[in-house]
Design a binder for this molecule. Structure first.
Ligand code: ZN
Length: 273
């Protein structure tokens, strides 16, 4: 966690216990129920829920889709005055399910489980549920559909963010070309967080990559490479430390700005207030 400032939530002053502005931790896992009640919903309206999956990612960790949104949640919690819900590390893995170490939760189970988590967050009186999604494929559409249904049912605001799509402009700016699944972009973001788990020595080059098909020209199950390029000839991992750091900072800045903008506009429109 970057620049985490632990502030004691209570200050003893002249024998009186005064509530502070910040909780002792932003992580729901670490808060106790009494402190939770002091902050939610009166002082904290927003919760960040990182979701991902376990699937192969070239030469970076199988949990890249969990590591990225979990880190974003830690970086964003203070500026958004939000709490962080525990990460949902298992997801709906699609065409990469056959690779060693991958897990795939069925759509039916995932819908029910994620739905219950979001319902629980609403019951705990959060107004804004920010789902930080690290995994694409079928999971994106499922999350969007759950968010649409539950927002209306629970009268709660839900934002689903697919970070790699939001930051497409930054991918072009930093790498001068498009990215890919575990391509230059995702590899860089993860490299900035866990450089010790990036195994460049295992990268044998283009043979480890396959460009995604355009439209419905073909489809292969399993997908033949764990590095899928958005465009042929672009998006190969660079493993460059400076690019990784620059990309990491740009991604965090852009995703945070998007969340702030959406919450501001929800407030302006006085929706579900
Ligand atoms: Zn990924």
């Amino acid at each position: 966690m970057k620049k985490v400032i632990f502030i004691c939530s209570f200050m003893i002053f002249s024998g009186v216990v005064l509530a502070q502005d910040n909780p002792s931790t932003r992580e729901m896992n670490l808060l106790n129920w009494m402190e939770f009640a002091e902050f939610v919903p009166d002082k904290i309206e927003t919760v960040l829920l990182p979701v991902g999956t376990l699937e192969p990612h070239g030469v970076i960790p199988n949990g890249a889709d969990n590591i990225a949104p979990e880190r974003m949640a830690k970086v964003f919690a203070e500026p958004l005055n939000a709490l962080i819900a525990p990460t949902l590390n298992y997801g709906v893995t699609g065409s990469l399910k056959a690779y060693p170490g991958a897990f795939a939760i069925s759509e039916e189970s995932y819908r029910g489980f994620v739905g219950d988590i979001i319902t629980g967050l609403a019951e705990n009186r959060f107004k804004n549920v920010i789902v930080l999604n690290g995994h694409g494929g079928p999971q994106t559409a499922i999350l969007q559909s759950i968010a649409n249904e539950l927002s209306q049912e629970l009268k709660v605001r839900i934002l689903v963010i697919n970070w790699w799509s939001v930051v497409s402009e930054d991918t072009f700016a930093v790498f001068g070309e498009n990215g890919g699944h575990s391509g230059n972009n995702e590899t860089a973001y993860i490299q900035a967080i866990v450089p010790e788990h990036i195994h460049k020595e295992r990268y044998s080059g283009k043979e480890m990559t396959t460009p995604y098909p355009s439209g419905s020209t073909w489809s292969a199950y399993p997908f033949p490479s764990s590095i899928g390029l958005y465009e042929a000839g672009q998006g190969y991992p660079t493993f460059d430390e400076d690019q990784a750091q620059e990309y990491y900072e740009r991604v965090n800045k852009r995703v945070l700005a998007l969340i702030e903008d959406i919450i501001t506009k929800w407030d302006l429109a006085k929706l579900y207030k």
